[in-house]
Design a protein around this ligand. Structure first.
Ligand code: PPS
Ligand code: ADP
Length: 199
């Protein structure tokens, strides 16, 4: 029996639209996906910084941080990565329902798992951003020394080396971080949000 069988959904007395009106902008999740070292955290934080300082309500959910707390029970085997992304999707949805612009930075290597998260949201709320960077460049950056360890066989199932990364088929935004500056990337994303009338 599923746990949800005896549980009743409580509707919020304040609507999302009322929260948007109070904030002066809509909410959404900016779902950054890409290899380790591609620039997800850097861009998620840079966009959050820009939004915050322009007076918008925003927040960052970051892979390493969530895996220290909420998802500290999960490994990097495919079934655990799936559960990792499912839980983060649910958390992101709560933040979006609360009226925030959420920047999430998780490898989220499997297309199917990202699509399941997309389906949790209303049309237009899930903005998939493919942080596209050749693995050679990521490996050269190696900001945490993980590729070096993975090449030595010290990290099993490392994305891009011994575990797959499935590129998005139709992401809303693609950023090539090997030839786009951080400032340019932030501008591309802010322009998208303005174009879609989220801001
Ligand atoms: N095996 C393996 N493969 C990939 N990454 C690994 C692994 N082990 C540890 N790390 C570190 O964990 C970060 C990725 O966590 P995520 O929650 O984003 O991964 S996933 O979406 O569940 O695939 C990832 O962070 P980023 O480098 O910021 O992507 C790594 O620092
Ligand atoms: N154009 C760029 N966009 C994003 N990151 C860049 C760029 N150029 C260099 N970098 C560097 O690449 C690294 C990316 O690391 P990080 O943001 O932690 O990636 P991820 O979260 O995808 O693992 C950082 O050290 C960042 O300064």
């Amino acid at each position: 029996m599923k746990n949800s069988q005896n549980i009743t959904w409580h509707h919020s007395s304040v609507s999302k639209k009322e929260r948007h009106d109070r904030n002066g902008h809509k909410s959404c999740v900016l779902w950054f996906t890409g290899l380790s070292g591609s620039g997800k955290s850097t861009l998620a934080n840079a966009v959050d910084y820009a939004l915050f300082h322009e007076g918008y309500r925003s927040f960052v959910l970051d892979g390493d941080n969530i895996r220290h707390g909420l998802n500290s029970d999960l490994s990097f085997r495919p079934s655990d990565r799936k559960e990792n992304i499912r839980r983060i999707g649910e958390v992101a949805k709560l933040f979006v329902d609360s009226g925030l612009i959420v920047s999430s930075a998780f490898i989220s290597p499997f297309r199917e798992d990202r699509e399941l998260v997309r389906q949790m949201f209303e049309t237009g709320e899930f903005v998939e951003i493919f942080v596209n960077c050749p693995i050679e460049v990521c490996e050269n950056r190696d900001p945490k020394g993980l590729y070096k360890k993975a090449r030595k066989g010290e990290i099993p199932e490392f994305t891009g080396i011994s575990s797959p990364y499935e590129k998005p088929n139709l992401p809303e935004i693609v950023i090539e971080t090997d030839n786009t500056s951080i400032a340019q990337s932030v501008q591309i994303i802010i322009n998208y949000l303005k174009d879609k009338k989220i801001l």
